[in-house]
Design a protein around this ligand. Structure first.
Ligand SMILES: *[C@@H]1O[C@H](CO)[C@@H](O)[C@H](O)[C@H]1NC(C)=O
Ligand SMILES: *[C@@H]1O[C@H](CO)[C@@H](O)[C@H](O)[C@H]1NC(C)=O
Ligand SMILES: *[C@@H]1O[C@H](CO)[C@@H](O)[C@H](O)[C@H]1NC(C)=O
Length: 282
């Protein structure tokens, strides 16, 4: 069937009204908030599959290097008329730390976070100590200054691993006599992808990841340097979990002190009172 010229005219008029209304509406409506427009295109997180490597080249310390935890996200912030500045990036906190170096029947040295250990706080910031609350400020964050003329697409990424030195000799003695018999470590972290409004501090949690690093090294102090240490289970790490429901960020995950400055080294002898070997840095 054909459309009469009059019907066509009514049809066109209706289209005109439809668009005119849409136009008026878009002028009247407030620009959509950052919260409603930001899009996470994809998020990846993993722990490298290579094993912890052990370095016995020094006769003072044993060094080891764990595989890297990695997280990256591709984010789209549509063009905005809002005069707002937002930083999007990664924040990390440590939830649990067991880090024991065993010296046979002499005792154990351990790196500890006293407030976490005593349950006074649930988590402690793992910021680089400069760019609070962010984990870092190179690849870890991106700042969008509105208004913007076009869509902004970017990737923010971070990585973490442990690369410590542990003395062969007991830490309260001047002797390098190799007495170290084992290392046991179990640490867990929460890592958040977050957007923070730089003027108001409004914080949006966009993604939450949980991960854990477990490590056990057996050491035979009787053996010559270079042949003492061997990696025990687990030789592969559990993969990080990207949570389907976000978790809120505890206050201590956002402020000083960070884990690095708050940690203390204790010497816990088999007999006698514990000794504080390295006090906190703050
Ligand atoms: C594991 O492999 C990655 C990527 O090849 C590398 O960057 C990292 O240093 C390696 N880590 C260890 C513990 O060997
Ligand atoms: C996530 O991993 C996939 C597959 O390896 C890759 O194509 C994508 O670019 C990654 N995305 C990010 C944000 O790293
Ligand atoms: C990162 O932070 C440091 C210390 O605050 C600053 O000197 C540096 O310019 C920052 N880098 C970037 C890329 O923002």
């Amino acid at each position: 069937m054909c459309t009469s010229p009059r019907d066509a005219c009514v049809y066109l008029w209706n289209i005109f009204i439809f668009y005119a209304m849409g136009c008026i509406q878009s002028i009247r409506c407030k620009p959509k908030s950052f919260r409603d427009t930001i899009i996470i295109l994809d998020v990846n997180s993993s722990i490298d599959s290579n094993r912890t490597s052990i370095d016995e080249s020094s006769n003072v310390v044993l060094r080891y290097r764990t595989p890297h935890f990695r997280a990256s996200a591709r984010v789209l912030v549509p063009r905005t008329a809002l005069k707002e500045t937002w930083t999007v990036g990664w924040i990390q906190a440590c939830n649990h730390m067991e880090f024991h170096n065993m010296y046979g029947s002499y005792g154990v040295s351990s790196w500890e976070l006293p407030d976490l250990r005593e349950g006074k706080i649930q988590a402690i910031s793992d910021s680089d100590g400069v760019n609070y609350p962010w984990y870092g400020n190179t690849t870890e964050t991106c700042t969008i200054v509105g208004p913007t003329r076009r869509d902004t697409k970017f990737t923010v990424s971070m990585n973490d691993n442990f690369y410590p030195s542990v003395t062969w000799g007991v830490p309260v003695s001047d002797s390098n006599l190799p007495l170290l018999t084992g290392i046991r470590r179990d640490q867990s972290f929460t890592t958040w992808l977050v957007a923070i409004n730089q003027a108001s501090g409004e914080t949006l949690v966009l993604q939450t990841i949980r991960w854990r690093m477990k490590l056990c090294i057996h050491i035979d102090p009787e053996k010559p340097l270079g042949e003492r240490a061997s990696l025990a289970e687990p030789t592969t790490q559990e993969q990080p979990q990207i949570l389907s429901k976000n978790e809120p960020i505890p206050a201590n995950a956002l402020v000083k002190p960070n884990a690095n400055d708050a940690q203390v080294l204790m010497w816990r002898p088999q007999n006698g009172d514990p000794i504080l070997v390295i006090p906190p840095k703050y």
